[in-house]
Design a protein around this ligand. Structure first.
Ligand code: MN
Length: 242
Protein backbone atom coordinates (compact mmCIF):
# COMPACT_ATOMS: atom_id res chain seq x y z
CA UNK A 1 0.00 0.00 0.00
CA UNK A 2 1.25 3.46 -0.83
CA UNK A 3 1.71 5.47 2.31
CA UNK A 4 0.77 9.15 2.57
CA UNK A 5 3.33 11.92 2.33
CA UNK A 6 2.82 14.56 5.03
CA UNK A 7 3.72 18.23 4.64
CA UNK A 8 3.61 20.87 7.38
CA UNK A 9 5.15 24.31 8.05
CA UNK A 10 4.97 27.32 10.35
CA UNK A 11 4.68 25.54 13.67
CA UNK A 12 6.66 28.38 15.27
CA UNK A 13 7.45 26.14 18.24
CA UNK A 14 8.12 28.27 21.28
CA UNK A 15 7.72 27.85 25.05
CA UNK A 16 4.96 30.49 24.92
CA UNK A 17 2.74 28.16 22.85
CA UNK A 18 2.85 24.77 24.61
CA UNK A 19 -0.31 23.47 22.90
CA UNK A 20 1.39 23.56 19.49
CA UNK A 21 4.36 21.64 20.87
CA UNK A 22 2.06 18.99 22.39
CA UNK A 23 0.15 18.58 19.12
CA UNK A 24 3.43 18.33 17.22
CA UNK A 25 4.86 15.69 19.57
CA UNK A 26 1.64 13.67 19.24
CA UNK A 27 1.71 14.06 15.45
CA UNK A 28 5.34 12.87 15.32
CA UNK A 29 4.57 9.89 17.48
CA UNK A 30 1.23 8.77 16.05
CA UNK A 31 0.99 9.93 12.46
CA UNK A 32 4.44 10.60 11.04
CA UNK A 33 5.59 6.96 11.27
CA UNK A 34 2.60 5.91 9.13
CA UNK A 35 3.78 8.17 6.32
CA UNK A 36 6.28 7.56 3.57
CA UNK A 37 7.88 10.95 4.26
CA UNK A 38 7.40 14.07 6.37
CA UNK A 39 8.33 17.46 4.97
CA UNK A 40 8.56 20.47 7.29
CA UNK A 41 8.74 23.56 5.08
CA UNK A 42 10.20 26.18 7.36
CA UNK A 43 9.52 28.00 10.61
CA UNK A 44 9.37 24.80 12.62
CA UNK A 45 10.81 26.98 15.37
CA UNK A 46 9.82 30.52 16.31
CA UNK A 47 13.51 31.31 16.56
CA UNK A 48 16.75 29.42 16.05
CA UNK A 49 19.89 31.22 17.19
CA UNK A 50 22.32 28.47 16.33
CA UNK A 51 22.58 24.72 16.78
CA UNK A 52 24.65 25.30 19.92
CA UNK A 53 21.83 27.28 21.58
CA UNK A 54 19.50 24.29 22.04
CA UNK A 55 20.01 21.31 24.34
CA UNK A 56 20.19 17.96 22.57
CA UNK A 57 17.65 16.51 25.02
CA UNK A 58 15.02 19.05 23.96
CA UNK A 59 11.83 16.95 23.59
CA UNK A 60 11.09 18.18 20.05
CA UNK A 61 14.59 17.16 18.89
CA UNK A 62 14.27 13.73 20.45
CA UNK A 63 10.83 13.24 18.92
CA UNK A 64 12.15 14.26 15.50
CA UNK A 65 14.97 11.75 15.86
CA UNK A 66 12.54 8.96 16.72
CA UNK A 67 10.30 9.93 13.79
CA UNK A 68 13.29 9.97 11.43
CA UNK A 69 13.91 6.32 12.25
CA UNK A 70 10.42 5.43 10.95
CA UNK A 71 9.96 7.81 8.02
CA UNK A 72 11.97 10.03 5.69
CA UNK A 73 12.28 13.40 7.38
CA UNK A 74 13.02 16.55 5.37
CA UNK A 75 13.28 19.98 6.92
CA UNK A 76 13.56 23.32 5.12
CA UNK A 77 14.66 26.51 6.83
CA UNK A 78 12.13 29.34 7.14
CA UNK A 79 12.62 33.02 7.81
CA UNK A 80 12.57 32.37 11.57
CA UNK A 81 14.79 29.31 11.75
CA UNK A 82 17.10 30.08 8.81
CA UNK A 83 20.10 29.21 11.01
CA UNK A 84 19.21 25.52 11.32
CA UNK A 85 22.50 23.82 10.56
CA UNK A 86 24.36 20.56 10.29
CA UNK A 87 24.36 20.11 14.06
CA UNK A 88 20.58 20.18 14.06
CA UNK A 89 20.41 17.75 11.13
CA UNK A 90 22.76 15.40 12.92
CA UNK A 91 20.85 15.62 16.19
CA UNK A 92 17.53 14.80 14.53
CA UNK A 93 18.41 12.58 11.58
CA UNK A 94 16.61 15.03 9.31
CA UNK A 95 17.79 15.96 5.84
CA UNK A 96 17.96 19.74 5.41
CA UNK A 97 16.26 20.75 2.16
CA UNK A 98 17.37 23.78 0.15
CA UNK A 99 14.68 26.37 -0.57
CA UNK A 100 13.39 25.88 -3.23
CA UNK A 101 13.44 22.11 -3.74
CA UNK A 102 11.63 19.84 -6.16
CA UNK A 103 10.42 16.65 -4.50
CA UNK A 104 8.58 13.70 -5.97
CA UNK A 105 5.31 12.71 -4.33
CA UNK A 106 3.62 9.63 -5.71
CA UNK A 107 5.36 10.16 -9.03
CA UNK A 108 4.47 13.88 -9.30
CA UNK A 109 7.18 16.54 -9.28
CA UNK A 110 6.31 19.11 -6.64
CA UNK A 111 7.98 22.46 -5.97
CA UNK A 112 8.44 23.06 -2.26
CA UNK A 113 9.33 26.42 -0.77
CA UNK A 114 9.00 28.14 2.57
CA UNK A 115 7.23 30.96 0.74
CA UNK A 116 9.01 34.11 1.89
CA UNK A 117 11.06 34.25 -1.30
CA UNK A 118 7.75 34.69 -3.18
CA UNK A 119 6.91 37.90 -1.28
CA UNK A 120 8.64 40.06 -3.86
CA UNK A 121 6.22 42.99 -3.42
CA UNK A 122 8.14 43.73 -0.22
CA UNK A 123 11.63 44.77 -1.41
CA UNK A 124 12.73 45.76 2.09
CA UNK A 125 12.08 42.23 3.35
CA UNK A 126 13.79 40.72 0.29
CA UNK A 127 16.90 42.78 1.08
CA UNK A 128 16.85 41.61 4.70
CA UNK A 129 16.42 38.01 3.50
CA UNK A 130 19.45 38.30 1.21
CA UNK A 131 21.51 39.70 4.08
CA UNK A 132 20.73 36.99 6.63
CA UNK A 133 21.16 34.22 4.06
CA UNK A 134 24.68 35.42 3.31
CA UNK A 135 27.19 32.85 4.65
CA UNK A 136 29.57 35.58 5.88
CA UNK A 137 26.76 37.30 7.82
CA UNK A 138 25.72 33.97 9.31
CA UNK A 139 29.25 33.02 10.34
CA UNK A 140 29.68 36.39 12.03
CA UNK A 141 26.33 36.12 13.85
CA UNK A 142 26.92 32.54 15.00
CA UNK A 143 30.30 33.52 16.45
CA UNK A 144 28.66 36.05 18.79
CA UNK A 145 28.01 35.06 22.41
CA UNK A 146 24.49 33.62 22.85
CA UNK A 147 23.37 36.60 24.95
CA UNK A 148 24.28 38.95 22.12
CA UNK A 149 22.47 36.78 19.58
CA UNK A 150 19.36 36.78 21.78
CA UNK A 151 19.43 40.55 22.06
CA UNK A 152 19.84 41.05 18.30
CA UNK A 153 17.01 38.60 17.63
CA UNK A 154 14.76 40.48 20.06
CA UNK A 155 15.50 43.76 18.30
CA UNK A 156 14.90 42.26 14.86
CA UNK A 157 11.61 40.78 16.02
CA UNK A 158 10.44 44.11 17.41
CA UNK A 159 11.34 45.94 14.20
CA UNK A 160 9.63 43.34 12.04
CA UNK A 161 6.45 43.36 14.14
CA UNK A 162 6.25 47.14 13.87
CA UNK A 163 6.89 47.04 10.14
CA UNK A 164 4.35 44.30 9.47
CA UNK A 165 1.64 46.36 11.15
CA UNK A 166 2.18 49.02 8.51
CA UNK A 167 2.10 46.70 5.51
CA UNK A 168 -1.13 46.00 3.69
CA UNK A 169 -2.49 42.49 3.19
CA UNK A 170 -1.48 42.18 -0.44
CA UNK A 171 2.15 43.14 0.19
CA UNK A 172 2.46 40.45 2.86
CA UNK A 173 1.11 37.74 0.56
CA UNK A 174 3.06 36.01 -2.17
CA UNK A 175 3.29 37.92 -5.47
CA UNK A 176 1.41 36.31 -8.35
CA UNK A 177 4.25 36.91 -10.80
CA UNK A 178 6.77 35.32 -8.41
CA UNK A 179 4.56 32.22 -8.15
CA UNK A 180 4.19 32.04 -11.92
CA UNK A 181 7.93 32.50 -12.37
CA UNK A 182 8.83 29.77 -9.88
CA UNK A 183 6.37 27.30 -11.40
CA UNK A 184 7.72 28.05 -14.86
CA UNK A 185 11.37 27.88 -13.83
CA UNK A 186 10.98 24.52 -12.11
CA UNK A 187 8.58 23.18 -14.70
CA UNK A 188 6.02 21.84 -12.21
CA UNK A 189 2.25 21.72 -11.83
CA UNK A 190 2.24 21.53 -8.04
CA UNK A 191 3.60 24.03 -5.53
CA UNK A 192 3.51 23.66 -1.75
CA UNK A 193 4.56 26.46 0.58
CA UNK A 194 3.82 28.08 3.92
CA UNK A 195 4.95 31.38 5.45
CA UNK A 196 1.86 33.52 4.79
CA UNK A 197 -0.31 31.69 7.37
CA UNK A 198 -3.16 31.75 4.85
CA UNK A 199 -4.05 28.07 4.43
CA UNK A 200 -5.73 27.46 1.09
CA UNK A 201 -5.62 25.44 -2.08
CA UNK A 202 -5.36 27.70 -5.14
CA UNK A 203 -5.83 26.73 -8.76
CA UNK A 204 -2.69 27.23 -10.78
CA UNK A 205 -2.32 27.58 -14.54
CA UNK A 206 0.93 25.93 -15.68
CA UNK A 207 2.56 25.08 -19.01
CA UNK A 208 1.56 21.46 -18.27
CA UNK A 209 -2.10 22.24 -17.63
CA UNK A 210 -4.02 23.03 -14.48
CA UNK A 211 -2.14 22.55 -11.23
CA UNK A 212 -2.50 23.62 -7.64
CA UNK A 213 -0.75 25.80 -5.07
CA UNK A 214 -1.14 24.41 -1.57
CA UNK A 215 -0.59 26.95 1.20
CA UNK A 216 0.01 25.36 4.60
CA UNK A 217 -1.40 26.98 7.71
CA UNK A 218 0.31 27.91 10.95
CA UNK A 219 -0.09 25.94 14.19
CA UNK A 220 -1.25 28.77 16.47
CA UNK A 221 -4.92 27.78 16.98
CA UNK A 222 -4.62 24.23 15.65
CA UNK A 223 -2.22 22.22 13.55
CA UNK A 224 -2.31 22.25 9.75
CA UNK A 225 -1.19 19.33 7.60
CA UNK A 226 -1.27 18.53 3.90
CA UNK A 227 -1.92 14.81 3.63
CA UNK A 228 -0.87 13.58 0.21
CA UNK A 229 -2.59 10.25 -0.30
CA UNK A 230 -2.45 8.55 -3.69
CA UNK A 231 -6.13 9.32 -4.32
CA UNK A 232 -6.14 12.94 -3.13
CA UNK A 233 -4.03 15.63 -1.51
CA UNK A 234 -6.02 17.36 1.21
CA UNK A 235 -5.21 20.24 3.54
CA UNK A 236 -6.53 19.37 6.98
CA UNK A 237 -6.42 20.67 10.55
CA UNK A 238 -5.19 18.95 13.69
CA UNK A 239 -6.93 20.02 16.89
CA UNK A 240 -4.89 21.09 19.89
CA UNK A 241 -5.82 19.14 22.98
CA UNK A 242 -7.28 21.02 25.96
MN1 MN B 1 7.78 32.26 7.66
Amino acid sequence: MTRPVLVIADLHLDPSRPAATRTFLRFLQEEAPQGEALYILGDLFEAWLGDDAVAADEPALQALRTAAEATELYIMRGNRDFLLGDGFAEATGATLLPDPSVATIHGERVLMMHGDSLCTDDPEYMAFRAQVRDPAWQAHFLALPLEERLEQARQARRASTERNQQLDDATMDVAADAVAGAVHEHDVRWLIHGHTHRPAVHELATPHGPGKRFVLGDWFEHGSVLRCRPEAWTLETLPHEG
